[in-house]
Design a protein around this ligand. Structure first.
Ligand code: C2E
Ligand code: MG
Ligand code: MG
Length: 684
C-alpha cells in the first residue's frame, strides 16, 4: 500500500511537469515510467521497453551511452544528440531509488517543447502529402495539448484551421476562419502597436520557408507579453504552399531582462534620454563619419541646482531635470545628439556653420528651460567646444566643453563660454599633479600645518586647525586650493585626508607621551567621505591605534555637505556619540541656514571668512552677523570666526559675543614645530 502510494505520488508529480521525464532502471535500461509529455514525444507504448528502443528505436544500447550509468550518483546535466530527431538536447539526470529498491535514473529533457515541435515538423515532412493531411488532425490534438507553446495550423488545400486551446486562454481566440488570418484585424489587434513593423517582417517577400520574429502581444487581460512567433511554410513537390504551421512561445522573462539591461546601460532612467555611454558612442560616430560638417560639443548645467534640491526637495529637483529633457527633445536640432551625464549635467553634439548658430541655439535652450511652471528661476550655464581635431577622444572633447562652462560660473552677466586653449594649460597642470600625487604620499611630501584658534575672552590658544601643504620636490610649497579641488574630483582626497588625520592623531599622542597637555586639533573632512568611505570605521581605527580620547578632535565638515547626502545624518550622529566635536566649516558661504543646521547633529559653526569680510563692510551686514551669532548661541552652538584679519574684526566679534577666532590677525598656518613653540611656550 505504502509502495503504491509512493509510486503514485512520484508519477503524479512527474505528470505535472511541463518537461518530458523518463525513469530508467539502471541495470537493464528498461523504462519504468514516462510522463505524459515524454509519451507525447516518444510514443505511448512504454511497457518493458528500453530507453534506447524508446528514444532511438535501436535494439541495443546506444554506442558510447553518454550517461555512464554506473558512475551517475549525483544530479547532473548532460547534452545528448538524438539521432532520430536530429537535435541536441540538454537532459537533467537525477539518481532515484525506485519503490522496489532498484536504482533508477530520472531523465528530464529540458526544453521538451522544442523536441516536440521538431518531431511534429519531422513527421509532417516525412509523410507523403496525403498522409500529412490525414495525420495532421490526430497529431495536433494529442501532441499540441502537451505544449505550453501555442500552435496554429492552416491547411491550405482543405481550407481548415487549427489553433491550440491556449489561444483561448491567452487571447480569447477560439477559432480562425480566414486564409489571411495572420494579417486580419483580429491578429493585428493582438500586436502591440509599436511592434507592428517587426510583426510585418513575418510576411516580407522572402524565399525562406521559416520565419521568426519577437514582438509584444496583448493578452486577454490587457497585459503585454513578449512572444517569439515562428512560421513554417510547408510546400508540395511543385513548390506550392500546402500548410502553414506557426508557433508562439512566451519569451517574456528572458526578453524583458535583456531589454531592461540594455535600456539601463544606454538610457537615463529618470529623464529617459540617452545616458553618457550611449552619447559617447553615437556622437563619436556622428563626428567621425561626416568630415564635411563642423561639429561642436555643448555642455551645460543648472546654476545652484543643489540649492533647488535643498529648498524645494529632491522630487522638485527631479522634475526640473525632466523639464530639461523635454526641452532637449523639442528644441535640440534634429540631427543632434544629447544626453544627461549625471546630476544636473547635460551634453549636446550639434553640427554648425557659424559660431553665431551655436550662440543662438544656446539662447533658445536657455530661454525654453527658463520658461517653466516652477516657482523659482532655472538658469543654465553653457560651455562650447568646437571640434577641430576629430582624432581627440569624444570624452576629452566633452571635458573641454564642461571646462569652458566652469569658467562662466560666478559671472552673472554671462551664461556661455567657448573653450579656449588656455584651459588646456590648466588640464595639463592637473594631469601633472595627478601623476605626482601617489608618490607624494609615500614620499611624505604632504605636510601638516597648524593654524591656532583663539579664545576671544582669555586671548589664549584653545585649538588648532590641521591644514595640508604639499612640499613638491620641483614646484616647491603648493597651497591646498591648488590640489584639494582636484583631489575631490578624482577621489584622491580620501587618501590625503586619512593621511592628515593620522598625522593629527600621531601628533596628539606624541604630545601626551611627552607629558604635554595636548591642544584639541580640528581636521577637515571632505564630503567625498560620506558617500565613498566608512568614516566611522576609519575614525574608530585611528582612535584605537593611537589610544587618544575623541575629545581631542574636532571634525570640520563644509556646509555643502548638507545638500545631497541622506546618510549624512546617521554618520554625524554616530561620530557625535563617539565623542567627537562636529563643526560646520565655511558657514555662510553657501546656502545653509541655521534652520537647516538645527536638524543636523553639530556642536559648532565656523563663520566663513568671505561672509565676515563682506558683511562687516556695512552696518546692515554687521547686524546680520551679530544676529547669526546670537541665534547660533540660542541653538546651543559654539561660534568660531575664521579669516579674522584686523583689530576691527576682533573688536566686532568680541562685542557680538563670538567665542573663538582664527585668522591672520593672530597667526597664519604654520609648521608643527613652530606651533609647538608658540603654544607650549605661551603656556609656561
Ligand atoms: P578651510 O578649512 O576653511 O581653512 C581655512 C582656510 O582659510 C585656510 O586656507 C587658511 O589658511 C585660510 N585662512 C586662515 N586665516 C585667514 C585669514 O585671516 N585670511 C584669509 N584670507 N585666509 C585665512 P588653506 O590652508 O589654503 O586651505 C584652504 C582650504 O583647503 C581649507 O579651507 C580646507 O577646506 C581645504 N583643506 C586644506 N587642507 C585640507 C585637508 O587636509 N583636507 C581637506 N579635506 N581639506 C583641506
Ligand atoms: Mg576647515
Ligand atoms: Mg573654512
Amino acid at each position: 500500500m505504502k509502495e503504491n502510494q509512493a509510486k503514485g505520488l512520484a508519477c503524479q508529480i512527474m505528470d505535472l511537469s511541463e518537461q518530458a521525464m523518463i525513469v530508467i532502471r539502471k541495470n537493464d535500461y528498461s523504462v519504468v515510467y514516462a510522463n505524459a509529455k515524454a509519451r507525447a514525444i516518444f510514443g505511448e507504448d512504454i511497457a518493458s521497453i528500453t530507453c534506447y528502443r524508446m528514444v532511438e528505436g535501436e535494439d541495443t544500447p546506444c554506442k558510447a551511452c553518454p550517461f555512464q550509468m554506473n558512475e551517475m550518483n549525483a544530479e547532473q546535466i548532460v547534452e545528448r544528440y538524438l539521432r532520430s530527431f536530429d537535435q541536441t538536447v540538454q537532459i537533467k539526470v537525477t539518481p532515484l531509488v525506485w519503490e522496489d529498491g532498484e536504482d533508477t535514473l530520472v531523465y528530464t529533457i529540458l526544453d521538451s517543447d522544442e523536441l516536440l515541435l521538431a518531431k511534429m515538423n519531422l513527421e509532417a515532412r516525412a509523410q507523403s502529402y496525403e498522409e500529412q493531411l490525414r495525420l495532421s488532425g490526430e497529431l495536433y490534438q494529442t501532441v499540441v495539448s502537451q505544449l505550453r507553446t501555442m500552435v496554429f495550423e492552416y491547411n491550405v488545400e482543405q481550407n481548415t484551421f487549427y489553433i491550440s486551446p491556449l489561444f483561448q486562454e491567452k487571447f480569447g481566440i477560439t477559432e480562425i476562419h480566414n486564409v489571411d488570418f495572420l494579417l486580419d484585424e483580429q491578429a493585428k489587434n493582438l500586436i502591440y502597436e509599436p511592434d507592428q513593423d517587426i510583426y510585418q517582417m513575418l510576411f516580407a517577400d522572402r524565399e525562406d520557408d521559416f520565419r521568426e520574429v519577437t514582438c509584444r502581444l496583448r493578452m486577454k487581460n490587457g497585459q503585454l507579453v513578449w512572444y517569439r512567433i515562428c512560421i513554417q511554410y510547408i510546400r508540395n513537390d511543385e513548390g506550392k504552399t500546402v500548410r502553414v504551421i506557426g508557433t508562439l512561445k512566451d519569451v517574456d522573462e528572458a526578453t524583458r531582462s535583456y531589454e531592461t539591461l540594455r535600456y539601463r546601460s544606454e538610457y537615463d532612467t529618470l529623464t529617459n534620454i540617452p545616458n553618457v555611454n550611449r552619447f559617447y558612442v553615437d556622437a563619436g560616430r556622428m563626428i567621425e563619419e561626416d568630415e564635411t560638417r563642423h561639429f561642436a560639443i555643448i555642455s551645460f548645467d543648472i546654476d545652484k541646482f543643489k540649492l533647488i534640491n535643498d529648498l524645494f526637495g529632491m522630487n522638485t529637483g527631479d522634475e526640473v531635470l525632466k523639464h530639461i529633457a523635454d526641452v532637449l527633445r523639442m528644441k535640440a536640432p534634429e540631427s543632434s545628439m544629447y544626453c544627461r551625464v549625471h546630476s544636473d549635467m547635460f551634453l549636446l553634439c550639434v553640427s554648425y556653420n557659424r559660431r553665431g548658430d551655436l550662440i543662438r541655439l544656446v539662447e533658445k535652450l536657455r530661454k525654453a528651460i527658463y520658461k517653466n511652471e516652477f516657482s523659482f528661476d532655472v538658469n543654465t550655464t553653457y560651455g562650447i567646444y568646437l571640434v577641430t581635431d576629430i582624432t581627440i577622444p569624444i570624452n576629452l572633447m566633452c571635458d573641454r566643453a564642461t571646462l569652458a562652462a566652469r569658467t562662466v560660473k560666478g559671472n552673472a552677466m554671462n551664461f556661455c563660454a567657448f573653450y579656449d586653449e588656455q584651459y588646456r594649460t590648466e588640464i595639463l597642470k592637473n594631469t601633472e599633479i595627478e601623476q605626482d600625487m601617489n608618490a607624494a604620499i609615500s614620499g611624505k611630501q604632504f605636510l601638516m600645518y597648524l593654524q591656532p584658534k583663539y579664545n576671544l575672552v582669555t586671548g589664549k590658544i584653545c585649538g588648532a586647525e590641521v591644514l595640508s601643504r604639499w612640499k613638491h620636490p620641483v614646484k616647491g610649497l603648493i597651497q591646498p586650493n591648488d590640489f584639494i579641488p582636484l583631489f575631490e574630483r578624482n577621489g584622491f582626497i580620501l587618501r590625503l585626508d586619512e593621511y592628515m588625520w593620522e598625522e593629527a592623531c600621531r601628533t596628539l599622542a606624541r604630545w601626551r607621551d611627552e607629558g604635554r597637555d595636548p591642544v584639541p586639533l580640528s581636521v577637515n573632512i571632505s564630503r567625498y567621505h560620506i558617500q565613498h568611505n566608512d568614516l566611522v570605521g576609519a575614525w574608530k581605527h585611528l582612535i584605537k591605534k593611537y589610544n587618544i580620547p575623541t575629545s581631542y578632535l574636532t571634525l570640520e565638515i563644509t556646509e555643502t555637505f548638507f545638500y545631497d547626502s541622506k546618510d549624512l545624518y546617521d554618520v554625524l550622529e554616530q561620530l557625535q556619540a563617539m565623542g567627537f566635536r562636529l563643526e560646520v566649516d565655511d558657514f555662510g558661504a553657501g546656502y545653509s541656514s541655521l534652520n537647516m543646521i538645527r536638524q543636523i547633529p553639530v556642536d559648532t559653526i565656523k563663520i566663513d571668512k568671505d561672509f565676515l569680510d563682506k558683511k562687516l563692510a556695512t552696518d546692515k551686514g554687521k547686524i546680520v552677523i551679530s544676529h547669526t551669532i546670537a541665534m547660533a548661541k540660542d541653538l546651543k552652538l559654539d561660534v568660531v570666526a575664521e579669516g579674522v584679519e584686523t583689530k576691527e574684526h576682533v573688536d566686532f566679534l568680541k562685542s557680538s559675543s563670538c567665542d573663538i577666532a582664527q585668522g591672520f590677525f593672530f597667526a597664519k598656518p604654520m609648521p608643527v614645530d613652530e606651533f609647538e613653540k608658540i603654544y607650549f611656550e605661551e603656556d609656561i
